[in-house]
Design a protein around this ligand. Structure first.
Ligand code: ATP
Length: 499
């Protein structure tokens, strides 16, 4: 599409009413809307006992409340992929009948070109009935929580809830909804809808499969958008052409999914992804929100799939940073992992995603400096830039106290970044000497001991402690008694000078 007509289309799309925006999406959909049903109850039987038990009870309670309950998303996808998953997503939709493919959708797609559509609401008798009954999700959550003696949380504004069950089983619940975006990267406004629309708002077709939990149809898989085919073809496909612009976090989610499953992006999806990354406007996307996705992306070591995806797609454009993949980065990541493995056991205790991300974005300079994020994270992101000038000094032979003086101001994590990025053996040895040994050397005496030995309060206390510490760094005065004896001799020296 020409650039100018594309811009006009996007402007019209984001200015459209919720109803018209839906029509645009169906008009520019990349999938056929065609219902396929499969009985996968035998596959379900392979789930761990506690998950299966939960799903059965979730289905029974839905029957009791005359709603449909569906298991959606990652858990269904991972069931087919044979991957373990302990995060369940359940969606409630009007019931009790099986949701039929809404013929209205197809008709609207044909009959109303975008912008000319009928602006009235499509009436949905089931939804109307539901409204009269009050807050179904909250009742449902309460009952589930009762059965499992679990805590639950409920958000009445977004109509979502969460339940944390024993053994780390996490359940997110929501009512079926459709979404509306006022601009690219905005938080969506949501309104109640049927299950098809709920599935159509999802990120990839393989995440848009729904499994009925109600007893009569237990194990019936609904696939409206060829998600099963995509699963078989190991393909990641978005549902419509506006998907990445509506919600750019889907880009990071897709890269994470591709890296995890070794699936490839379908051709149009790959084109849309590149286009979004190179031409999208992410100025409205909140840094906090997108960084959350990077946190998940870099929660575990960067595997070779992920590394090649990051070479192929300029993902860091989402952070409004211009950074390429520099020569040697893959080796630096490996080095980082080996140092993380060593220090994770010791005093080091920081989220590792920050360090992995720092290796990718550390050269972004001014833009990075403007970020409003936690100071300790920012220092780690900027560690190489801030301390690059220290590296030549660290390449020299250094006495223990000199080394400590240079490295003490840095967080351990900043040092790990320098270690990973350094290409000089002496520098690495010095940093490791500090981290492995010198940093852990402390004093077993304090200023109070000096006061108890007759010293007046004042700067001289600090000076004496520093002298004792220097001896400690040299490997001397290993016990408190020795430190105290040496400190006393220094006190005497000071007092002698005064008299
Ligand atoms: P995992 O975290 O293991 O990759 P997941 O797909 O279950 O798996 P969740 O974040 O738990 O990830 O999301 C649950 C489901 O919600 C997804 O499968 C997808 O259908 C939908 N979803 C989540 N985030 C988005 C998004 N930004 N846009 C559209 N759909 C989304």
């Amino acid at each position: 599409m020409e650039n100018s007509s594309r811009k006009e289309l996007l402007a019209a799309y984001y200015a459209a009413t919720p109803e018209d925006q839906s029509k645009y999406r169906y008009q520019y959909s990349l999938v056929e809307i065609k219902k396929r049903e499969e009985d996968i109850s035998s596959l379900l039987a392979r789930l761990p006992g506690d998950v299966l038990n939960f799903l059965e009870i979730a289905g029974e309670l839905a029957d009791k409340q005359e709603v449909k309950a569906y298991l959606i998303g990652g858990m269904v996808r991972d069931l087919f992929l044979g991957l373990e998953n302990r995060d369940l997503d359940i969606v409630l939709a009007p019931g009790p009948e099986a949701p039929e493919l809404n013929p209205d959708l197809e008709r609207r797609k044909e009959a109303h070109p975008p912008g000319l559509g009928n602006r009235g609401q499509v009436s949905n008798p089931e939804l109307e009935k539901r409204k009269e009954k009050g807050d179904i999700l909250e009742n449902y959550l309460r009952e589930l929580a009762d059965v499992f003696q679990a805590e639950y949380s409920y958000n009445s504004k977004f109509r979502t809830g969460n339940l944390l069950l024993p053994a780390g089983l996490n359940v997110d619940l929501a009512e079926a909804r459709r979404e509306f975006y006022q601009y690219s990267g905005a938080l969506p406004e949501v309104e109640a809808a049927g299950i098809i629309e709920d599935l159509f708002r999802r990120d990839y077709t393989i995440n848009s499969l729904a499994l009925v939990l109600n007893r009569v149809e237990w194990g019936c898989l609904l696939d409206y958008f060829q998600g099963l085919e995509d699963l078989q073809e190991a393909s990641l496909r978005v549902l419509h052409s506006f998907s990445f612009l509506d919600d750019p976090t889907r880009i990071v989610r897709g890269i994470r999914l591709a890296a995890k499953t070794a699936f490839s992006f379908a051709r149009e999806t790959s084109v849309l992804l590149q286009e979004a990354l190179t031409g999208g406007d992410f100025s409205h996307l909140s840094l906090e929100r997108i960084l959350k996705e990077f946190e998940f992306l870099f929660a575990s070591p960067v595997n070779s799939n992920l590394f090649s995806l990051l070479q192929q797609y300029p993902l860091f454009n989402l952070l409004n940073l211009e950074v390429g993949i520099r020569e040697g980065l893959e080796e630096e990541l490996e080095k980082l992992e080996s140092y993380l493995a060593e220090f994770r056991e010791k005093n080091y205790n920081r989220e590792e995603w920050v360090l992995r991300l720092a290796l990718f974005i550390g050269d972004a300079g001014e833009e990075l400096k403007k970020w409003q994020v936690r100071t300790d994270y920012k220092e780690i992101f900027l560690a190489y830039e801030s301390y690059q000038s220290l590296l030549p000094e660290l390449a020299q032979p250094l006495a223990a106290d000199e080394l400590v003086e240079k490295l003490k101001p840095l967080q351990d994590e900043e040092l790990l970044i320098l270690l990973a990025r350094s290409r000089n053996k002496e520098v690495e040895e010095n940093i490791l000497r500090y981290l492995r040994k010198l940093k852990n050397i402390g004093l077993e005496i304090t200023g109070k001991d000096l006061l108890a030995n007759g010293l007046e309060p004042g700067p001289v206390i600090g000076e004496i402690l520093a002298r004792v510490y220097r001896q400690r760094l040299k490997g001397k005065l290993s016990s408190r008694t020795e430190q105290l004896a040496y400190a006393r001799s220094l006190v005497r020296e000071v007092k002698g000078k005064k008299e």
